[in-house]
Design a protein around this ligand. Structure first.
Ligand code: ZN
Length: 434
């Protein structure tokens, strides 16, 4: 039986416990693409397919037109999700009875969702390599840790709104006293080196629970990290299947969205601008060509959106609320935390209508601020017409989130149609779409 898109998504998420692993899984999917190194000169050929990574946790892949390049059509999503980062001195000994891991929060998670479930540790280890160092992906890939709740008999108030302290309540249990000194050894073993050759690491907890499709009509998918691996996965699938035109199709997956994007590999870095400029320079174009290409370019900033909550529909706007399996969500915000405006909405609406992909509109309830995302941040470096889209989901930033199973098909189809449409800007507010 052929694997459905949602099953494929679940498999991708399983392979992607951290942003480093997500980028590695995307590289494996881009097997017909030529890898580029930022520190080397690029010699790109028309019609070529390439990708480049930064820090091993952000990636930009692109396909070039066979003829002259007119513009860029870009989709951006993010590879990271809220989690707990493990500190360098990791082992905390509790009354000579237990070993815990010393952690701090990465991003804004729903802390309670991390309790009473098997967890493991994954990330990147830096190991000694002759005279230098080299990065190795590590995944302990076993049920290795758990954050236990306090019994209700010891905390009678737990159901009345408990304030979790990340320096006390969320340290995961790693073992009994006998486990002392084993954490580094486990990481070194997973990296395939001796403990003394483990020189650095970026390690995170992850939820071991597998993604699954459920519901009387199999209408839902629940999995860790749906925000934003669902959009990252969809954009890669769309890039792989789209037929090219006169523009370059570009697929960006940025790390560190959950902590503000301000790292060297985040959306608030020079990464995208550097890559777009180098594409044109490598094709023998000039600085002027870069600006004319950008002026005709278009971007989808893809990050999941909030579905109306069954227990709390009042948290959503009365009209601009979205449902799971209702199609691609176009997000609006008067203060431009989302980049969508009338022009970008109209262009994308037109594309989705032609591709028979349903769209729905989202705006926060007017007295609730909501969160920002990639589009406006990346737009400050590469200013192109952009709109913010996503798929409707529940429990955003829980370690197990829920979305619509059918929506994965809609997102891939909508993104593919976007990549395959020739978006030509004739004047401000005037476009042809062929
Ligand atoms: Zn997100």
């Amino acid at each position: 039986m052929q694997e459905t898109n949602v099953q494929k998504l679940i498999r991708f998420i399983r392979k992607s416990p951290t942003s480093f692993h997500a980028i590695d899984a995307i590289k494996q999917a881009l097997k017909d693409f030529t890898p580029l190194q930022e520190r080397e000169r690029w010699a790109l050929a028309p019609g070529g397919k390439y990708y480049v990574t930064r820090n091993g946790s952000s990636l930009i892949a692109f396909t070039l037109p066979a003829g002259p390049l007119s513009s860029f059509q870009l989709i951006a999503s993010h590879s990271d999700s809220p989690t707990f980062k493990i500190k360098e001195n990791a082992e905390v000994i509790v009354r000579d009875k237990y070993v815990q891991l010393d952690t701090e929060r990465y991003g804004g998670m729903i802390m309670s969702s991390w309790f009473d479930r098997p967890l493991s540790v994954a990330g990147r280890a830096l190991v000694r390599d002759g005279q230098g160092v080299r990065a190795v992906l590590v995944d302990l890939d076993r049920d290795m840790a758990l954050i236990p709740n306090v019994a209700i008999h010891m905390n009678r108030d737990v159901n009345n709104g408990y304030k979790y302290n990340p320096a006390v309540d969320t340290f995961p249990l790693w073992g009994t006293q006998a486990a002392k000194g084993t954490f580094r050894a486990q990481i070194a073993q997973a990296a395939g080196v001796k403990e003394e050759d483990l020189l650095g690491a970026d390690l995170f907890l992850y939820n071991r629970m597998e993604g699954r499709v459920w519901g009387v009509g199999e209408e839902f998918v629940s999995a860790p990290r749906l925000d934003d691996l669902e959009c990252a996965f969809s954009s890669v699938e769309a890039l792989l299947s789209a037929q090219g035109g006169d523009h370059a199709n570009v697929c960006c997956v940025f790390d560190n969205e959950e902590v503000g994007s301000t790292t060297k590999q985040g959306a608030d870095s020079s990464f995208l601008a550097d890559v777009l400029r180098r594409i044109l320079l490598s094709l023998g174009k000039t600085e002027e060509d870069y600006y004319t290409a950008l002026a005709g370019s278009f971007m989808l900033s893809a990050d999941n959106a909030h579905a109306v909550h069954p227990n709390h529909p009042e948290y959503s706007d009365g009209l601009n609320q979205t449902v799971m399996n209702g199609g691609i969500v176009i997000k609006f915000n008067a203060n431009q935390k989302y980049t969508t405006d009338g022009v970008s909405e109209a262009v994308f609406h037109h594309i989705c209508e032609k591709a028979q992909v349903p769209v729905q509109h989202y705006a926060n309830r007017s007295d609730m601020p909501g969160g920002g995302t990639l589009g406006n941040i990346s737009g400050s470096h590469v200013s192109v017409n952009t709109l913010d889209i996503g798929l409707a989901q529940l429990a955003m930033h829980s370690c197990y989130e829920t979305a619509g199973a059918q929506d994965v098909d809609y997102m891939i189809a909508g993104m593919k149609a976007f990549y395959e449409t020739e978006i030509r800007c004739a004047a401000d507010g005037r476009y042809t779409l062929t």
